[in-house]
Design a protein around this ligand. Structure first.
Ligand SMILES: [Zn+2]
Length: 148
């Protein structure tokens, strides 16, 4: 049960407000959605009711492909929120998505150690409602039986 956060739904565990609930509910359904301002065409993160660029409230969530580049990576050797000792070490990443924004996440064990500049793609667990999605190296993502 690698990556499990227990039997609780991730929405109940992590969502903290109206905009956050939209974001986490989508993740629990296997979709990454990002808030986008339709007044000035800015995609931003974290989810907010108003656009941080122009303060418009014409903010709607749009689906992301979840692909991007590792902006920062750190390997943790201490158990924390939802991570057991047996799962250590874990890699926490900030990924610059192709939409131009940076979001936090975890790197799959199979893609560790990972380095700044590596291409990654968000991958969802079989049960996205109870397990956090994590990033995997884009080269190991299923695009046929291609090997570099
Ligand atoms: Zn705006």
């Amino acid at each position: 049960m690698t990556g499990t956060v227990g039997s609780e739904n991730i929405v109940d565990l992590y969502a903290t407000g109206e905009q956050s609930i939209i974001y986490w509910t989508a993740l629990s359904e296997g979709r990454l959605v990002l808030p986008r301002c339709f007044a000035c065409e800015t995609t931003f993160f974290f989810p907010r009711r108003w656009c941080p660029s122009c303060w418009s409230d014409d903010v709607r969530f749009v689906e992301s492909l979840g692909s991007g580049t590792i902006y920062a990576v750190s390997e943790l050797h201490t158990a924390f929120q939802g991570v057991t000792k047996e799962q250590l070490p874990v890699a926490v990443v900030i990924v610059e998505l192709d939409e131009g924004i940076r979001i936090p996440g975890r790197l799959a064990k199979t893609s560790m150690p990972g380095a700044i500049g590596d291409r990654v793609v968000l991958r969802f667990a079989a049960d996205p409602a109870t397990e956090l999605p994590c990033f995997v190296a884009a080269s190991s993502d299923s695009q046929g039986e291609h090997h570099d």
